[in-house]
Ligand binder design. Sequence first.
Ligand code: 4LC
Length: 592
Amino acid sequence: MCGLVGSAARPLPSAGLQRLATRFSSGPVPGAAAAAMQTAVVRCVPTESKLTISLQLGPSQRHLQRQQSESLRTALGRIAHNLLKAQAKAGKGRRAAQPESPAQAQAQASASAPPVVLYRGDEPVPGDTPNAEAWQDGAVLQVGETRYRVERNPPTLTQLRLPGSILAGFPLCPRLELEFGDASHSRFEWLKEAGGEGEGGGGGGDWQPVAEGRVFTPSNGHIGLRLKLRCQPGDGRRFGAAVEVESGGPVEAGPGPCSFDSRQRFSGQAPEEPLHRLVSYNILADVYAQTEFSRNTLYPYCPPYALEAQYRQNLIQKELSGYNADILCLQEVDKSAFTDSLGPALDAFGFRGLFRMKEKQHEGLATFFRASKYGLISQHDVTLSQALASDPLHQELLEKVSSNPCVKEKVLQRSTTLQVCVLQSLKDPSKKLCVGNTHLYWHPKGGNIRLVQIAIAFRHLERVTAEMYPDTPVIFCGDFNSTPNSGLYEFVTKGHISADHPDWTSNGEEERCSMSLTHPFKLKSACGEPAYTNYVGGFQGCLDYIFMDMNMFEVSQVIPFPSHEEVTCHLALPSVSHPSDHIALICDLKCK
Ligand code: 4LC
């Protein structure tokens, strides 16, 4: 993966990111002469000691880094010096007569030394002004005959990328990073290859505009054509230099009907408050999907191309955006997916994302919420093993677990995490929600371990709600790796589990760790107990849930699951028409 990384240094274009001739449109420019004025972009942020002055000097674009505290006089001297160097270089071997003596060289240099002045209005800025203060927006730099309008900290694209796989019928969301600007105030223009003359030539073709806006869904008519995105970054007041990127390959045909198409007929609009649409979905991490074991043993029925990250991202982005959810609790989110593809895509659809990586792993939990509906009050993520080992809150539980060193060791080894955020309704700030998201230990015989994990999670949630945000309703989503007949499900939904439950010996007598547990929440599985939420060749079962506070919510709608025929039309999951081995849970909850 290459690309322009937003670093502390000045943003520069990289491979694949083509900065167009710096042309700004920041309102009417007075005078015909001014219209021809060039631009000097000054990047000056208080957290850095230097500032960068970028301008076309002679034949080349220069990026001068100067101390912010340095005097303007010195900076202007460097610009004059740079111009002389550029001219000398350009002139070398062409028209410039080689000086015959040092004195002559100096005479030539001083003869062509251009006056370099920075104007603010009609007045030159005093030479002893520090750079940070001198280079203001709208100032005019004069270098010899050339005048530059100073643009200080204009909206700038530091990253603009298109995904490697583009499918007709699937939303195409660019990854972009901006400085001094935001996507919602930027302009996006999509162009298609105009094809025409010369087969295979590829480059140098014409481009026809096809759409505007941040997200573009190519149609079947675009199959075989490459796309180009032209983006002009804005901040609501002005626009910065436009940047273009071309897709690496052409638009390809989509897979035909997907497992989520029929579901999305029930998930049209995001519901209004007091309704909240929740999604819980294990999206299958790329780090697992592309292992030898997964390709050959877990998902042998799935063609390898459909297990590729970029292909699945297309499906996941269309699936998730089409649910019009308010809150998405996702499991098995690759770090790279969160930063490079899924995060930017859901950002384009109006979501804010919170990511919690598992320790020593490359995947984790992500919670996204609709930014127009909620504000984030606080986050309370924990690694369950660390909380058990070191938080006094879990002291009693730790003592009980310590009665079986084998169980203790297993629990402490897991990197299982609990993501917790407290959200606030923007419409009615007195209304808060506590959203938990987790992915418990996966082993079929790990019921005892999962019981300890969920006990830690509930104690933690209890602290967040009872102590920090009293009377805040809880929604607890995740892949609990527990079927409806498990001890865990009983514990969650009944509030207690006894020491003689068979799951305390789920991995045999030697791993017995019997204890009775209680928790204070009144929880119900909002989507009920579907036949399965995980459907792979070797196993089908209900492992995922959206648990809701029964006292505070009622279920207003459960988005129907795909039919058994839809799930099994390619034998099992994942498939070309379904990106994960799990099925998303979707429901509308009404706050009582
Ligand atoms: C995976 C799996 C686990 C849910 N489940 C059962 N057996 C499984 C075997 C494998 C899930 C299973 O896909 N993973 C290992 O790490 C990951 C991945 C993480 O979720 C991975 C790493 C490398 C390669 C591939 C994957 C299972 C079968 N019956 C059950 C009953 C209960 C809970 C789980 C299972 C209950 N109650």
